[in-house]
Design a protein around this ligand. Structure first.
Ligand SMILES: Nc1ncnc2c1ncn2[C@@H]1O[C@H](COP(=O)(O)OP(=O)(O)OP(=O)(O)O)[C@@H](O)[C@H]1O
Ligand SMILES: [Mg+2]
Length: 255
């Protein structure tokens, strides 16, 4: 696992009802890269992330993490290095308190209680929800749940962070705080989002999905400014790249 390369080799996935959600996706993501996966609703982004984390098993193709092929036998070992924040926080939070949800991963790593506590406090502080530690996750607001889900993954100190729509339901301050945490995370990040301004700010590389296929893979700025490509994918260029209606300059011109 020395280089933490994340590789998808010709991945296919078909849901039990026959819906083909991923159709021949291949890419190689190097350690330290920050990659945005974008596409319209139903394009296959969440399914792809679930294949990368071994939650779903591909019908064809394979996932390789740091030279290790993802199989039933390697799944536990790979999961210790790879943290995924689900699109729906209710899929991630299942304990009776936020504290215990955030402690769950470190406890599974067999750390002693003092180390577990240190990790929990640090993860809760990072996402700004220390005050929620004794609350029941199922009584939290959508944004608070998302922050708790992110803390439950950060407490594992993953080498590869996979986030499915991390900024959805966050208020502007919490979104900004999360973006700051993510930009300070020096390992690999793979992020799906409809928040294209966040993708532009955090990701150097973008993969565009449409109908289960990758229709583009390249530098974020080239992709996110390509109006034809974005329209083909059912997307729009990020707001921060729109021209000012008065002077025509975009925000990035001013940077
Ligand atoms: N459990 C399921 N059973 C059958 N089809 C499914 C299931 N989950 C997702 N799909 C279908 O697979 C396709 C890809 O879904 P997926 O959730 O991966 O899309 P997405 O790109 O993440 O969309 P969104 O932007 O809405 O989150 C869609 O057509 C969806 O309807
Ligand atoms: Mg999704």
């Amino acid at each position: 696992m020395s280089h933490h390369i994340t590789e998808a080799r010709d991945l296919f996935y078909v849901y039990p009802d026959g819906r083909q959600a991923v159709s021949g996706i291949s890419f190689r993501i190097h350690h330290g890269e920050s990659v945005g996966i974008i596409g319209a609703n139903g394009a296959g982004k969440s399914t792809l992330l679930m294949l990368l984390t071994g939650i779903l098993r591909p019908a064809k193709g394979e996932v390789v993490i740091g030279e290790v092929r993802l199989t039933k036998d390697t799944l536990n070992m790979i999961r210790q290095r790879l943290g995924m924040v689900f699109q729906n926080p209710d899929d991630q939070l299942f304990m009776t308190t936020v504290h215990d949800d955030v402690a769950f991963g470190p406890r599974n790593l067999m750390l002693d209680e003092a180390q577990v506590e240190e990790r929990v406090i640090s993860a809760l502080e990072k996402v700004g929800i220390s005050h929620l530690k004794d609350r029941a996750p199922y009584h939290l607001s959508a944004g608070e749940k998302r922050a708790a889900a992110i803390a439950s993954v950060l407490s594992m100190s993953p080498d590869i962070l996979i986030l499915d729509e991390p900024t959805s339901s966050l208020d502007p301050k919490s979104r900004r705080r999360l973006m700051k945490i993510l930009s300070g995370f020096e390992h690999t990040k793979i992020i799906t989002s409809h928040d294209l301004d966040m993708v532009l700010e955090l990701c150097q590389r973008v993969i565009v999905m449409k109908d289960g296929r990758a229709i583009a893979d390249g530098p974020a700025k080239d992709i996110l400014t390509n109006k034809t490509l974005m329209e083909e994918a059912g997307l729009e260029i990020p707001l921060s790249l729109h021209g000012c209606p008065v002077c025509g300059r975009s925000k990035s011109d001013a940077d």
